[in-house]
Design a protein around this ligand. Structure first.
Ligand code: MAN
Length: 347
């Protein structure tokens, strides 16, 4: 048995047509990879909204932001010899990489965890977010919510941080991890007086797409980096791995639900168990994934064969997992923490 996730009968719970585009002339192409938390008895979702103009035959067009925040639409002929467009998510034009959509983060709230309404909008700001912001994790420390997300620009893919106490006003702290880095999840408790975070630097030559851990005295400045989990040849997580939401404290250790992709770009989920006192020490890991794309809405979409999570709510033994399916819709599933722990292989 390799998939222990009970999918919600209401899946997908959120689809592109459920929200309004951020401005006229744009279409929401995908809703994906939501960060989740609770605030004043409600569920807060920070969902990634990926937009572009309605596509016309014979051209590819996508928005980019200027450092001052104005939007420009770039249009390229599909048969332009300088265009490489074989991935629906990214293109290369005249040797430079661009994203096919521009993402912002929409803050939604819900009374039942299923039906969400708009609360706030966060958009890319400045020269390091001109290609947008994506895939937000939310960690609550004291009364402050830490939002870590991917900041994308021609300078690279990096981790930005904003904080809020009221989910109306947000403080922008800039980048906390420079390119190439994403999938950053801050632990929701200090350990030995220090903040800890998982993050995912990428290396093109030596090394790869591995999960690292870092510590910090203040949640802003990070050091003492250590590599905790590498991709594994021939396994379900052979090409890349990255942290999901903040690790879950269990009596056996910190349980991190992470994503792994294989060489066919299939994104599945597994567990990683870290020592409670020394979280750079890996105790156990999934040799088989705990959730694999199999529902129709996970197999086909903007980028099929993807389940990707970076948000959950824990109630007793249940993890209420929110996830992006096929890079297009938002779904929900429930998993048992004990069942995940039992399925892990101790190292
Ligand atoms: C990858 C995918 C895209 C994302 C870019 C930049 O190509 O995850 O969806 O936009 O990275 O983060």
């Amino acid at each position: 048995m390799s998939d222990i996730a009970k999918r919600s009968a209401q899946n997908p719970i959120l689809k592109p047509q459920d929200l309004k585009p951020s401005r006229e002339g744009l279409k929401i192409e995908c809703l994906l990879n939501p960060g989740i938390t609770e605030f004043e008895g409600r569920t807060i979702m920070v969902v990634r909204v990926a937009e572009r103009p309605e596509q016309k035959p014979g051209t590819i067009s996508f928005p980019i932001l200027s450092p001052s925040g104005s939007m420009e639409i770039v249009t390229i002929k599909s048969d332009d010899p300088d265009l490489v467009a074989d991935d629906p998510r990214v293109i290369t034009y005249k040797g430079r990489d661009y994203l096919t959509t521009l993402s912002h983060l929409r803050v939604l709230e819900s009374d039942d965890g299923i039906t969400f309404r708009d609360r706030a909008t966060l958009t890319g700001q400045g020269a390091l977010e001109t290609f947008g912001i994506e895939d937000c994790r939310v960690s609550k420390l004291g009364d402050t919510y830490h939002l870590t997300f991917t900041s994308v620009s021609e300078n690279g893919v990096a981790v930005g941080l904003r904080t809020t106490k009221d989910w109306r006003t947000f403080e922008n702290h800039g980048l906390i991890f420079p390119p190439h880095n994403k999938d950053c999840a801050i632990f929701e408790e200090k350990i030995g007086g220090k903040y800890f975070a998982l993050h995912r630097p990428s290396s093109v030559d030596l090394g790869g797409n591995y999960i690292w851990i870092a510590e910090s005295p203040d949640g802003l400045h990070w050091g003492k980096h250590k590599c905790v989990a590498r991709s594994r040849d021939g396994m379900w997580d052979s090409a890349r791995v990255g942290a999901g939401a903040a690790p879950i404290r269990t009596p056996k250790g910190w349980l991190e639900i992470y994503h792994g992709a294989n060489s066919e770009h299939r994104y599945a989920l597994g567990g990683l168990l870290l020592d409670l006192e020394n979280p750079s020490k890996v105790l156990a890991r999934s040799n088989e994934p705990i959730m694999v794309p199999q529902a129709p809405y996970e197999l086909t979409g903007f980028f099929g064969h993807v389940v990707f999570t970076n948000g959950h709510i824990v109630r007793g033994d249940d993890v209420h997992l929110y996830y992006g399916a096929a890079d297009e819709v938002v779904c929900k599933a429930t998993l048992s923490i004990n069942q995940i722990l039992e399925s892990l292989t101790w190292v």
